[in-house]
Design a protein around this ligand. Structure first.
Ligand code: 5GP
Length: 232
């Protein structure tokens, strides 16, 4: 494979992520001021011979760091983190095309009381990266569906006000600048720690040797600086 065809990697350190979240939290605290964080994470799921799992979201660490800064900046001292588990699958060639909702598989959800937990709250969905956007789109649609289900248990006269007071926002550490394969409803509150090119991001929690990971991250920064210098 020629160098040009190889996927470019960029190593991200724990400190990079921590600092991106720190930078964004003052704005999130003022503008959105969440009552609840929903971290998109992964959990183990059974194998499925019709599909291959290509991606697993992992927003646990960013959500935990964000909680520290939001507790500091707001009155929400008991800000909760709830977890949902999603995996993005790609149909194996030759298998009939599947819809977005079928490509994202739930491996963990909020439980039977999901709607009760969400209704009337300002809910910030947290993930590490927005790549194709399929995972975020699925998560938002399904959480809104839980709210609609719960609304059916409430007096009809209260429903519009309850629906209006339930707000969803999204925070991702990185948003890749690329054409997205799924959309978010217009006006969705959306924050990204950093906009990045369409490269493969190596996250520190995927590494088994954190010193080597950090060394590679420093090298990425050096190489990028050298390339910029050459271009000038
Ligand atoms: P989506 O394509 O639905 O936006 O992203 C789904 C998931 O794919 C992300 O939550 C993440 O777990 C994984 N993913 C996408 N791009 C990258 C990347 O560059 N690096 C890593 N480590 N995971 C990624």
């Amino acid at each position: 494979m020629s160098n040009e065809n190889q996927v470019k990697h960029w190593h991200v350190t724990y400190n990079n992520i921590h600092n991106l979240i720190r930078k964004n939290c003052p704005k999130i605290a003022v503008d959105f001021n969440p009552d609840l964080l929903v971290a998109i994470g992964m959990s183990s799921s059974s194998s499925d011979c019709r599909r291959i799992r290509i991606n697993q979201a992992l927003g646990f660490f960013p959500a935990r760091v964000m909680r520290t800064f939001l507790r500091e900046a707001t009155t929400k001292k008991t800000l909760q983190i709830q977890a949902i588990g999603l995996s993005l699958y790609e149909p194996i060639e030759g298998v009939a095309e599947e819809k977005i909702a079928e490509e994202v598989i739930r491996t963990q959800w909020l439980g039977a009381e999901a709607g009760k937990m969400l209704i009337g709250k300002r809910v910030l969905i947290v993930d590490e990266v927005d790549d194709t956007r399929k995972t975020l789109s699925y998560a938002l649609t399904e959480l809104k569906r839980d709210v609609e289900t719960e609304l059916l248990n409430r007096p009809e006269a209260d429903r519009d006000a309850l629906r209006a007071s339930t707000k969803f926002g999204i925070f991702v550490v990185h948003n890749k600048n690329k054409p997205k394969l799924a959309e978010l409803p217009e006006g969705t509150t959306y924050y990204s720690g950093e906009e990045v090119d369409d490269v493969w991001l190596n996250y520190p929690w995927e590494s088994t040797d954190i010193e080597e990971h950090d060394r590679l991250a420093a090298l990425d920064v050096e190489n990028a600086a050298a390339a910029t210098k050459k271009d000038v």
